[in-house]
Design a protein around this ligand. Structure first.
Ligand SMILES: Nc1nc2c(ncn2[C@@H]2O[C@H](COP(=O)(O)OP(=O)(O)O)[C@@H](O)[C@H]2O)c(=O)[nH]1
Ligand SMILES: [Mg+2]
Length: 237
């Protein structure tokens, strides 16, 4: 297991006042850094094998879920983009991790959102499933930069056996945000009953780290702002 300790970039000390530029501009200020906003997301890079992962200094949030759960649609909605993550009715078979960079465009990424390949699509050949375990599974289990994981559930399927399997990869000390997605597909009372059942199932996992569930619909915007704020808070400091 990798060390999850946060490694902060060291700021070089300002040696003397004359080190400051004569214009009066200060190189370092006491102002806290600007918060990282999901709406700044743009494509970063595709990681197809372990050796291509970025160094662990930049915080990451991973999005996981079964194929067709609504993961790409949720990422697009959270980032206010139409086609940042590719959403389709036919689940893709690519096993790569897609990195979306956050922060000012003219600066190196301040953080990353990471779209993981859909888990366990029924028609997925065994070899593809195995390569999921080797890259995405290992990434969730070991990558030190992870600040939290967003699990997307299709509210009509609730927590399936595949979701339980997927969660086995996620270290118990990582904060988890569960989006009960496509909530617009359920009426009000059905939605509330589903929420209670999923909540009970999640509590029974007895994960020691913070676990939050948000009833979510990319179509209506239900839970969107709360989910966005939650992820942005993980990326603070
Ligand atoms: N009604 C409804 N459909 C959704 C919602 N989110 C996703 N979908 C649909 O569910 C299907 C799968 O979505 P997608 O984002 O591609 O799932 P992924 O495989 O998990 O990335 C698509 O047809 C989406 O249009 C939602 O909030 N409401
Ligand atoms: Mg997708």
């Amino acid at each position: 297991m990798y060390n999850r300790a946060l490694s902060l970039p060291c700021l070089a000390p300002v040696a003397a006042a004359e080190a400051l530029p004569p214009s009066g501009l200060t190189l370092f200020s006491n102002e806290p850094p600007l918060p990282v906003r999901l709406i700044s997301a743009r494509f970063g890079t595709t990681v197809a094998k372990w050796s291509q992962l970025p160094a662990a200094g930049i915080p990451e949030v991973a999005f996981v879920g079964r194929s067709n759960a609504g993961k790409s649609t949720a990422i697009n909605a959270l980032c206010q983009r139409k086609r940042l993550a590719f959403a389709s009715k036919t689940p893709g078979r690519t096993q790569a991790l897609n990195y979306f960079a956050l922060g000012r465009e003219d600066e190196p990424a301040a953080a990353y959102l990471v779209d993981t390949p859909g888990y366990g699509y029924a028609a997925t050949p065994l070899a593809v499933r195995q390569s999921w375990n080797l890259l995405a599974g290992r990434y969730l289990a070991e990558h030190a930069a992870l600040r939290g994981v967003v699990l997307i559930l299709d509210c009509r399927r609730e927590v399936t056996a595949l979701d339980h399997k997927l969660l086995e990869f996620v270290p118990v000390d990582l904060p988890l945000l569960v989006l009960m997605a496509k909530a617009d597909k359920l009426g009000k009372s059905e939605r509330e009953q589903t929420r209670r059942r999923i909540d009970q199932t999640l509590q029974s996992l007895e994960r020691p780290s913070p676990l939050t569930m948000i009833v979510f619909s990319a179509n209506t915007g239900l839970g969107l702002e709360a989910a966005r704020e939650h992820v942005e808070r993980w990326l603070e400091h």
